[in-house]
Design a protein around this ligand. Structure first.
Ligand SMILES: [Zn+2]
Length: 251
């Protein structure tokens, strides 16, 4: 083989070697390029405006009704999130809906998140602040009767619906903490806390789920805030930031 041919053969081997190394890299890169489309399928968020119809919820000193605040806020959150997510409201007007139906909407829509909106109410006008709840099983008897209904899991096993939220305890708690942090960045509430509670509306939700008690409507200053569209918009902005962070970091 001539020197020229040897050099030519070496060059070919080098090209073949480069192809062998680079081709999988290119394929992986293409795989990664396509991955965001798969990962970023449109997330579904179900927002539940608490109360409605004859069930007015708590009432403020200026006669503001909890059911009105929760509905106004839910609609503002829906607009705020709708550019990025598919948002579904459990009730779309002023009518009553029982708790199991609200949870069932989230399950039926295969929601990625379920956020139920309430306000606090107290006989003490000084009570104030924001509380975020994730589901925690009751220490005593269960809030709901044990049912025969079981949800089949991919593993081939089954789980009672009233136990389903336990699978999401960590992510629900993380979501509550993120929402608290991000709403607090908007500087609205003096006090805020996250706590577990055996809330029926969360119990059968098969996704990260929280109840947001957004200030005390019975507190004159907070009632005034909850009537202010600018305050509600800030709360919605905080929730949007929290939801974005949740999907980026937690799930
Ligand atoms: Zn309520």
């Amino acid at each position: 083989m001539s020197r020229y041919c040897k050099q030519y053969a070496t060059a070919l081997r080098l090209i073949a070697l480069c192809c062998a190394i680079l081709l999988p890299v290119i394929l992986v890169a293409e795989g990664n390029a396509q991955k965001p489309n798969f990962v970023n399928y449109q997330k579904v968020i179900v927002i539940d405006p608490g109360h409605g119809g004859h069930e007015k919820g708590a009432k403020g000193p200026e006669r503001t009704l909890e059911k009105t605040v929760t509905f106004n806020l839910a609609r503002i959150i829906a607009v705020e999130l709708s550019n990025t997510y598919k948002v579904i409201l459990t009730r779309t007007d002023d009518y009553w809906l029982d708790l199991p139906n609200r949870t069932a909407t989230a399950n039926h829509e295969s929601a990625d998140l379920f956020i139920s909106i309430h306000t606090g109410g107290s006989f003490h006008h000084q009570a104030r602040g924001m509380t975020l709840y994730y589901f925690k099983e009751p220490l005593g008897p269960a809030l709901t009767q044990t049912t025969e209904l079981l949800k089949p899991l991919n593993s081939g096993t089954q789980i009672p619906w009233e136990k389903i939220q336990n699978r999401h305890k960590t992510t629900s708690s993380a979501l509550a903490k993120l929402i608290r942090k991000r709403i607090n960045e908007q500087v609205i509430f003096v006090r805020s806390k996250v706590q577990g509670a055996p809330l029926m509306v969360l119990e059968g939700a098969d996704m990260p789920a929280v109840v947001l008690e957004i200030g005390y409507i019975s507190n004159p200053a907070e009632e005034k805030s909850l009537r202010d569209i600018n305050v509600l918009s800030k709360i919605a902005k905080g929730i949007h930031n929290a939801v974005d962070e949740f999907f980026q970091k937690v799930r």
